[in-house]
Design a protein around this ligand. Structure first.
Ligand code: O2Y
Ligand code: MN
Length: 586
């Protein structure tokens, strides 16, 4: 047990409610990890994988109805409904505490309560913040050990302060009808019940580092964003950093771990990964925006991860990794669709049933995951744990747009950039997600993760712009333009480096741009196509950079429809849209 009285009192209160048989205080030691792994192996909660091929790796399977974040059951519980805003589910905090207390009452009977102190951000960083999660799941403890700095290090950071985020989690009986992920930003509190999966239960990630932290950031004058952070080193050894927001399923982890094309690698360019999902950003003494990755690991989606799509991610998962809902092969290794290797002739699927590749069923769940330590990533930046963070030169927004958005364009200024972020959207690809090609608006990729009214969130972005003396430049990128046959025109993956290079050249004032109604576009000669001329001709590039007025007309109507539901839309956002309409002459 730790000596912090505020933590002790709160844990006592949570134990009174959930009534566990015993309480284990997590210290984060190696000995503790081994003990917990042994217990989880005995209960079958985790399965040991082939320790020669995958040392320190385990497999976990969730309930079949508990395989993803549940946005419909995720609530922001502010005293006033309007403070949660039109894009969040809202519940009155008194009602939520009452309702959930009934579900939590005795939910840990016969179980152990684990008390996990954890630090979001590097030890000793002024950016970093402490959370304490109590949970009845060893799987959660073992994942939090990878995703956060867990145990004594967090309590040392907290000292005798009561400034920590209180997270209560219980699997209860995994009843999907009584599954709730409730956030109380006004109380620094998260209550999550009846799930055992990922984003619903690893409370440091989406719940704290985005929903609660975005609320904190607005109060305290900083930003918690759904952004990867990467560094690009030039042949002289100078490193510039980019933060980028994309909705889920747009290749954020791939971009964060990108390998430059051979022509650039030969010249000495390198890409460094600082983070793949979340950025906390503050104004530094030098007037620039500085960012840290508050996490310590990657909770990456497994299907589609291969030595071709993302070698760095795959190599990160070769040891000390927990795999969730993937195929177990006869040699006790793992497999998933899109891994780029032949499937095993037989295996056990994510549901725990015998499986063969010709069964007609997917072996791994499409949202199956790996939880892997960031420090194992071959491209991890030497600066990734720098307590000062890294200075951000450019912010990127993007999504999947078949026609409307060009490959890349730059905003005219910060306010225009905020408008670009506010109008971000992605077109649906899989029939399972509803109609194909429908735009899902996802401002700054924060729609499911903003802990307060999204209109106020836009206002916060605009306010930050006034306070940052030397702000990052803002860009929009789109890797997903398609031709008339529906095929992607831009090769993507490592080739995206060519676009990043133009972006950094713009930041450094090394290259001119073409002014267009939507922003600054590259001249067709300024995106280097050396080595891919066969795939992307100058003409193709010109097509990738073209603007189709009819598509923009539709786009603006769709933006207006989305904005219509906002009760607190800053006037500046409407003003930006009107200016765009005027520039387009539509
Ligand atoms: O479904 C989940 O619980 C995971 S979702 C996720 C995981 C890692 C990083 N990003 C996301 C996301 O949905 O943005
Ligand atoms: Mn994410």
């Amino acid at each position: 047990m730790y000596s912090n009285k505020a933590v002790q009192n709160w844990v006592e209160e949570m134990a009174k409610l959930t009534k566990p048989d015993n309480i284990v205080w997590i210290d984060g030691s190696e000995e503790e990890k081994e003990r917990l792994e042994k217990q989880a192996l005995e209960t079958g909660e985790i399965i040991e994988l082939n320790q020669e091929k995958l040392p320190g790796c385990f497999l976990h399977r969730t309930e079949v109805n508990d395989v993803a974040r549940v946005e419909g059951r995720t609530f922001i519980c502010t005293r006033r409904k309007e403070d949660a805003g039109p894009t969040n589910n809202w519940m009155d905090p008194t009602e939520a505490y009452e309702k959930l207390s009934k579900i939590f009452d005795g939910s840990m009977k016969g179980r152990t309560m684990y008390v996990i102190p954890y630090l979001m951000g590097p030890a000793g960083s002024p950016f970093s913040k402490v959370g304490v999660e109590v949970t009845d799941s060893i799987y959660v403890v073992l994942n939090m050990r990878i995703m956060t700095r867990m145990g004594k290090v967090a309590m040392d950071h907290l000292g005798d302060s009561d400034d920590f985020v209180k997270g209560l989690h219980s699997k209860a009986n995994l009843d999907p009808e009584n599954r709730y992920i409730c956030h109380f930003p006004e109380d620094n509190t998260i209550w999550s019940v009846n799930s055992g999966y990922g984003g619903n239960v690893l409370l440091g990630k989406k719940c704290f580092a985005l929903r609660i932290a975005s609320y904190m950031g607005r109060q305290e004058g900083w930003m918690a964003e759904h952004m990867l952070i990467l560094g690009i080193e030039d042949p002289k050894g100078n490193v510039s950093y980019i933060a980028a927001a994309f909705p889920s399923a747009c290749g954020k982890t791939n971009l964060a771990m990108l390998i430059p094309p051979e022509v650039y690698a030969k010249e000495g360019y390198k890409v460094w990964t600082v983070g793949d999902d979340i950025a906390w950003m503050r104004i530094g003494e030098d007037g620039r925006l500085w960012a840290i990755n508050p996490e310590a690991g990657f909770f990456g989606v497994a299907p589609g991860t291969s030595m071709k799509s993302n070698p760095n991610a795959l190599l990160t998962t070769q040891k000390n990794t927990i795999f969730t809902n993937v195929v177990l092969t006869p040699e006790n290794t793992v497999w998933w669709e899109g891994m780029g290797v032949e499937p095993p002739a037989t295996g056990i699927d994510w549901k725990g049933n015998p499986w063969t590749p010709d069964s007609g069923e997917k072996g791994a769940h499409p949202n199956s995951r790996f939880t892997a330590p960031a420090c194992q990533c071959p491209s991890i930046s030497p600066e990734w744990e720098n307590p000062k963070g890294v200075p951000i030169s450019a912010i990127l927004f993007g999504g999947r747009r078949a026609k409307v958005a060009p490959l890349v364009y730059q905003s005219f200024d910060w306010e225009h950039g905020v408008f670009m972020g506010a109008t971000m959207g992605s077109e649906t690809t899989a029939a399972a997600m509803g109609a194909v090609g429908v735009v899902r608006r996802d401002p700054m990729a924060m729609l499911p993760f903003c802990g307060y009214n999204m209109g106020d969130y836009f206002a916060h972005w605009l306010e930050m712009g006034k306070k940052i003396p030397n702000p990052p430049k803002i860009f929009n990128v789109n890797w997903f333009r398609t031709n008339d046959e529906g095929k992607f025109i831009w090769p993507g993956f490592g080739e995206n480096f060519r676009v990043l290079k133009w972006i950094l050249d713009r930041c450094e004032g090394k290259v001119d741009a073409v002014e267009s109604p939507i922003g600054y576009l590259p001249d067709v000669n300024d995106i280097d196509l050396t080595g891919i001329e066969d795939e992307v001709s100058k003409e193709t590039l010109a097509n990738l950079l073209s603007i189709d007025k009819e598509s923009w007309k539709e786009e603006i109507n769709s933006q207006s429809e989305f904005f219509a539901k906002f009760d607190r839309l800053p006037a500046e956002i409407k003003k930006q849209q009107e200016a765009l309409i005027k520039r387009l002459g539509i």
